[in-house]
Design a binder for this molecule. Structure first.
Ligand code: SF4
Ligand code: SF4
Length: 314
């Protein structure tokens, strides 16, 4: 059987209160939130029974803080020695919700922030006020996080409207002690075309500046090699990244209806966590077959941080 997953992702809900142009979560889909809080906690317990403590659990969505059991699931996992991280649009982080959030055992939090002002962030996120909310959340968290032992970061998508802002965003984040994670724009969602860089040269230059910052020690979570591959993607989005290793085969993703996937972009589920134990799904025939396909898959989505396992210069 394949070793225990390098990272387990629970997509706690498909719901989201944002309307990002590059995401179709909010359009609704075939995935009802079938797993409740007790079921998610049971999945954590299954994994701890299998592997023990010390593995990484990533809570995502949709917007994971909209899942009613977010804090309870997080506390359950953290109490069993699991490293819990989450990615959020920060809309639900307020002065009133801060203390319970900080007290639930969460160890790492990525906040989506595409730019240094509302003209950039609100536009891509489809929500007036999105920037103000993210900044308020960051201010609250930064004032509390040192005592809460929570590692904070911001995650931005490389797109037309922030190309010139991204280096400044990275430096601003670094000045606050934040990690900065860059994502290439995945061409999905209702309106990604409005976000795609109109000038390849500008996109390549922005990424060059980011790579230079990274090389000088700016806490950008992507490697320089990965940023170079982003450049190639923006030059030719149909590129195949033959030397890039997709780590999807080593990741287990559970969706809100219980369906399990290795690759989030594939259509082939490998099991139903509502019916079959995760250990059996992970080692089952469907997962093995999917891993073989993943080994031969070199699509551009391999460049996403959650899939990127390293690359040569292809
Ligand atoms: S905040 Fe995240 S989940 Fe929500 S619409 Fe935007 S990209 Fe999708
Ligand atoms: S490259 Fe993309 S589609 Fe292919 S296995 Fe990796 S994440 Fe899935």
């Amino acid at each position: 059987m394949a070793a225990f997953p390098e990272e387990v992702t629970f997509r706690l809900t498909s719901r989201c209160d944002f309307r990002c142009l590059h995401c179709d979560c909010w359009l609704g889909g075939p995935e009802p939130d079938r797993l409740g809080t007790a079921a998610w906690k049971d999945l954590v317990s299954q994994l701890v029974l299998w592997r023990g403590p010390g593995w990484r659990l990533h809570l995502t969505g949709g917007e994971p803080l909209l899942a009613p059991g977010f804090r309870e699931i997080c506390a359950h996992a953290a109490g069993l020695g699991v490293h819990v991280l989450a990615t959020t649009n920060a809309s639900r982080i307020t002065r009133g919700s801060l203390a319970p959030l900080l007290g639930c055992g969460l160890q790492q939090l990525w906040i989506s922030l595409d730019g240094l002002g509302p003209a950039t962030h609100d536009f891509s996120r489809g929500r007036p006020g999105a920037y103000a909310r993210a900044r308020e959340a960051l201010d609250l968290l930064l004032s509390a996080a040192p005592s809460a032992q929570l590692t904070l970061g911001i995650a931005a998508i490389v797109m037309e409207h922030n190309l010139e802002e991204l280096p400044a965003l990275a430096e601003w984040g670094a000045g606050l002690g934040l990690q900065v994670l860059l994502h290439p724009l995945v061409r999905c969602g209702p309106d990604w075309g409005r976000l795609w860089p109109r000038s390849t040269d500008r996109a390549v230059l922005a990424l060059e500046r980011l790579a230079a910052l990274r090389a000088r020690g700016c806490p950008i979570a992507n490697s320089v090699a990965q940023l170079r591959l982003f450049q190639r993607y923006y030059r030719d989005p149909e590129s195949r990244f033959l030397k890039a290793v997709c780590r999807s085969g080593r990741s287990l993703r559970v969706h809100p209806d219980g369906t399990c996937y290795l690759c989030d972009f594939g259509k082939d589920p490998v099991g139903d966590a509502g019916k079959v134990p995760l250990k059996r799904i992970w080692g089952g025939a469907a997962a093995r077959a999917r891993r073989e396909e993943i080994r031969r898959c070199h699509r551009a989505c391999v460049l996403n941080q959650c899939n990127f396992g390293g690359a040569g210069s292809s």
